[in-house]
Write a new protein. Structure first.
Length: 282
């Protein structure tokens, strides 16, 4: 059995900076936990990629995080979970892995019109996990889904609030509004960083459901159940890594999380789908 207090870090992985929306909630709920966050920006976006390719990326990053002595893995990326969550749990049975699924259940419970909207990516929409969630929680509910690849790229540019970005957001949301939705599920962890732009298009009558707080709560439950939690009162640290450009990742962390001077390390993919740190933090 694991020791009742465990100072090892939590590993988190995402296709880019979308998982920072979950990290933000984790830091608020579990401030004593340290985190190693890997953004696979070198392969961004995951959404249009084949399932087997996403699985190879996820496996490579998980192995890297285990080599960094992580005690638990969080996959705060809907596309990665849709393609690889079950696969990863089978491939790495010794490590707890916390994933996520589109928040159809609360939307179905809260809707008054019986019509809910989901904005998501291609990999999530076409995955078995999404179909399973619909089967379990959306009986009798009309679910309108919009695949929104450009929204991921907007966030990876820093979530600008410009006339051009507002037009892109409106292009995706206006058809959903026309169907009579009163709940909108954010089916990609990038999308909470566009909350202002989304709210401007939807108005106040449509509830926006961000799954990030629920993922943070589930992480807390798993840490407690597995006796992996770090003692309260400790101050957790975050280590940021990217397979893309470290300077751009640093800019995005400052912009999206308002951290003053985040250190970011670059990691590099090898042909065998393994990764390693290639230079010091910047």
């Amino acid at each position: 059995m694991a020791d009742s207090t465990d100072s090892r870090p939590i590993g988190m992985l995402d296709s880019g900076v979308g998982g920072l929306s979950v990290l933000r909630e984790v830091r608020q709920l579990l401030p004593s936990e340290s985190v190693i966050y890997v953004g696979d920006q070198g392969h961004l976006p995951y959404g249009p990629r084949p399932r087997e390719e996403i699985r190879s990326f996820v496996s490579g990053i998980i192995q890297f995080l285990l080599d960094q002595n992580c005690k638990l893995i969080v996959i705060p990326c809907n596309a990665a979970c849709a393609a690889a969550l079950h696969y990863a749990r089978t491939a790495f049975p010794a490590i707890p892995i916390v994933g996520m699924e589109p928040a159809i259940k609360p939307a179905a419970e809260h809707t008054k019109t019986g019509v809910i909207g989901v904005i998501t990516t291609k990999a999530t929409y076409q995955g078995e996990l999404f179909a399973s969630v619909l089967d379990r929680f959306a009986n009798g509910i009309q679910v309108e889904t919009q695949v929104c690849p450009e929204l991921v790229l907007l966030v990876e540019q820093g979530a600008p609030d410009t006339p051009q970005s507002q037009a892109i957001v409106a292009g995706y949301l206006d058809p959903l509004k026309a169907t009579g939705i009163d709940e909108l599920v954010l089916g990609c962890t990038h999308f909470p960083f566009l909350d202002k732009q989304i709210r401007a298009q939807l108005g106040s009558d449509i509830e926006i459901i961000d799954p990030a707080p629920a993922v943070a709560r589930q992480l807390g439950r798993v840490l407690a159940q597995r006796q992996l939690a770090h003692p309260a009162g400790a101050v957790g640290q975050v280590r940021y890594l990217t397979t893309g450009d470290a300077d751009h990742m640093r800019f995005l962390i400052k912009t999206l999380l308002h951290e003053a001077e985040p250190a970011v390390e670059a990691v590099q993919w090898h042909n065998d789908r393994s990764i390693e740190v290639v230079r010091n933090p910047v």
